[in-house]
Design a protein. Structure first.
Length: 117
């Protein structure tokens, strides 16, 4: 498992989020090159052929990069079955960027100030 690198600095640049997600996926799929590369339109199940164990690894790597502000399991829990089957890299990137923006604008539950009084 990679060493934790969060918190990611604000402001959130969707291009940086995309680059981070693509890097993670390329590392995970290094033995299985993806024809045409990984794009925002790439579907996790259909195009990248990720299995459930791969999604667990992805969740861990996202947490290592961006911390608890990005909870992949919580995100997937909000989707219906068809949305999960059709989930794209771009939709995940949008979710991550939104979560980083929202959680940058509000105090962290892990900050000292939130634990005191």
């Amino acid at each position: 498992m990679q060493q934790a690198r969060y918190p990611h600095p604000a402001p959130v640049d969707p291009a940086e989020v995309l680059a981070g997600v693509v890097t993670i996926l390329e590392e995970m799929l290094a033995e299985y090159p993806i024809e045409g590369g990984i794009t925002p339109q790439s579907r996790f199940l259909e195009d990248l052929e990720l299995e459930s164990i791969d999604l667990v690894e992805l969740a861990g790597r996202l947490h290592a990069l961006w911390g608890p502000r990005v909870d992949f399991a919580d995100f997937v829990a909000t989707l219906d079955l068809q949305e999960i089957l059709d989930l794209t890299v771009g939709r995940l990137v949008d979710h991550i960027a939104d979560q980083l923006l929202v959680n940058t604008a509000t105090p962290s539950s892990h900050s000292i100030a939130s634990r005191v009084g």
